[in-house]
Design a protein around this ligand. Structure first.
Ligand code: ADP
Ligand code: MG
Length: 481
């Protein structure tokens, strides 16, 4: 009997979900697999519909293996997958939809950056502090900072999706399924930098487009001013002319400003319907936001929500190196490593530590050494907030056995590597709050059962194996250093 395509795809999804364990991967599943719609099955070729070209490319680049395995498992070794890419659908409540932008927006000019933030004359439709009224053309001070660029936005696992989406949006503002593009994450993780960088990139590729970056606070203030001056409709009209509107830190409106939220809701709808791009940052995912109007939150879920996570140690080192290079400074590698390993909260603090260290060294005419770094980091990071990371544990264990961290993450079954890997898992379980699944993921992509087994093995052996006991004692001392 012919298999039903919906069932076939459900089976594939179940397999994919199973193979994407862990919290991180739930998001991957929701972002990249849930929006896929099965459309038909002919012989053993399953056709699935994806929301955009970019989406298709991303799947092919990152998940082609998984998809292949899934489809072969359900339809046999001859199975084929075909994509159908949606190019033209109208807005709906689907989480990802591509829209065709409307043509023809007001004539614009791009000689705008660095223009003062003031209304220069009283042209009627454009009563807004960001507007620079001309004779016929709309000109806007984008309010973008020239130092937050995509080029100096260091890529890492922590921001890969957001950054890639940012590039896609900058190429084709309003025309990808990432509309709105929501960038969310904790403080100091690069939301403002990335949102700003996308705006700059749009201006570079599409100089004619009107781009505007505002903080939600500015927006609220302006709206209040407009209300007082009875120019609310001008205010709304102004915003509705933007091609790319970036609103930073929307959580600021939570539990206040219902009128502002309502005005933004209308602007959002007009822009979205006209195929204009919205980029919004927030400290939380739309689904976790509280105190914002429900209908606004539902709009925020339309496009792509990409989380910015705290960077891993490799990324932290790359960020430090880049900042130094930008400032034409140098620092011994061991100092960079020391800072990167010890400051793991967020990027703003990482930068702060670097600056303090440079200031200390120049004020006191001291060389930048590991000792100076240690002194500074101790002052900088309150000892209570210092949590050992899995990465740090890996490094200490690997240094102790004189092997490289890559070994632990490889599939090698060599005895000494297996032992180092198991010790890392054992200490990670003991010293961090990470789940078994997360520990496994970071130690060579193992599952939680493997981690559990490792922890038991080490604990059991430690009672009978004196050499192992010795290693554990040595390592414990090193962690306390
Ligand atoms: P947020 O808006 O999330 O609080 P910011 O965008 O203000 O964070 O970033 C804090 C600081 O960290 C800024 O100076 C920014 O340039 C820097 N930063 C953040 N992410 C990166 C990155 N990926 N590469 C380089 N610098 C970064
Ligand atoms: Mg910010």
């Amino acid at each position: 009997m012919e298999k039903d395509y919906v069932k076939v795809w459900d089976e594939c999804l179940a397999f994919i979900k199973d193979n994407l364990a862990g919290k991180e991967n739930e998001r991957v599943f929701d972002t990249w697999f849930r929006p896929i719609v099965p459309v038909r099955l002919e012989g053993c070729t399953l056709t699935i519909q994806v929301p955009s070209q970019f989406f298709y490319e991303w799947l092919e680049q990152n998940y082609v293996r998984l998809l292949k395995d899934a489809i072969r498992l359900t339809l046999g070794s001859q199975a084929c997958l075909q994509y159908s890419i949606v190019m033209d659908t109208s807005i709906s409540d689907l989480p990802l939809t591509t829209k065709v932008p409307s043509s023809g927006h007001p004539a614009v000019s791009n000689r705008l950056t660095d223009v003062p933030l003031a209304v220069q004359n009283q042209q009627h439709q454009l009563m807004n502090p960001f507007a620079i009224p001309g004779i016929q053309k709309v000109r806007v001070n984008s309010q973008l900072s020239s130092s937050y660029t995509l080029t100096n936005y260091v890529e890492g696992e922590c921001n890969r999706l957001a950054r890639a989406a940012g590039y896609a949006v900058a190429e084709n503002p309003g025309k990808t399924s990432f509309n709105p593009l929501m960038l969310y994450g904790g403080v100091g993780l690069g939301k403002t930098h990335l949102a700003n960088a996308i705006g700059l990139r749009v201006k570079e590729i599409h100089p004619e487009k009107l781009v505007l970056f505002v903080t939600s606070e500015q927006f609220m203030q302006q709206f209040a001013d407009a209300g007082r001056d009875k120019t609310t409709s001008d205010f709304i009209h102004f915003y509705e002319q933007m091609d790319v509107l970036i609103i930073d830190d929307i959580q600021f409106w939570a539990n206040k400003a219902p009128k502002t939220q309502e005005a933004f809701f209308h602007i959002f709808n007009t822009l979205h319907q006209a195929g204009k791009q919205l980029i919004i940052t927030s400290d939380k995912a739309p689904s976790e936001m509280q105190g914002l109007e429900t209908r606004l939150i539902s709009r925020l879920k339309w496009g792509l929500s990409a989380e910015l996570l705290p960077p891993d140690v490799e990324t932290r080192m790359r960020i430090l190196r880049q900042k130094l290079a930008n400032d034409g400074m140098e620092m011994p590698d061991e100092v960079i490593e020391y800072i990167a390993y010890n400051i793991n909260t967020n990027i703003r603090e990482l930068e702060g530590a670097l600056i303090s260290l440079m200031a200390q060294s120049s004020l006191n005419h001291k060389d930048i050494t590991i000792d100076l770094a240690r002194e500074m980091v101790d002052k900088f990071v309150k000892s209570t907030s210092r949590e050992v990371t899995i990465e740090y544990i890996q490094k200490v264990v690997c240094d102790y056995f004189n092997i490289s961290v890559d070994n632990i993450q490889s599939r090698t079954r060599k005895r000494e590597i297996v032992q180092a890997r198991q010790l890392t898992m054992y200490f990670a379980k003991k010293m961090t709050k990470s789940s078994l699944a997360i520990i496994g993921l970071q130690c060579g992509n193992k599952d939680h059962a493997t981690v559990l087994h490792a922890c038991k093995t080490i604990a059991n052996l430690a009672e009978t194996d004196r050499q192992l006991r010795g290693w554990i004692d040595d390592l414990e001392k090193r962690f306390k250093e």
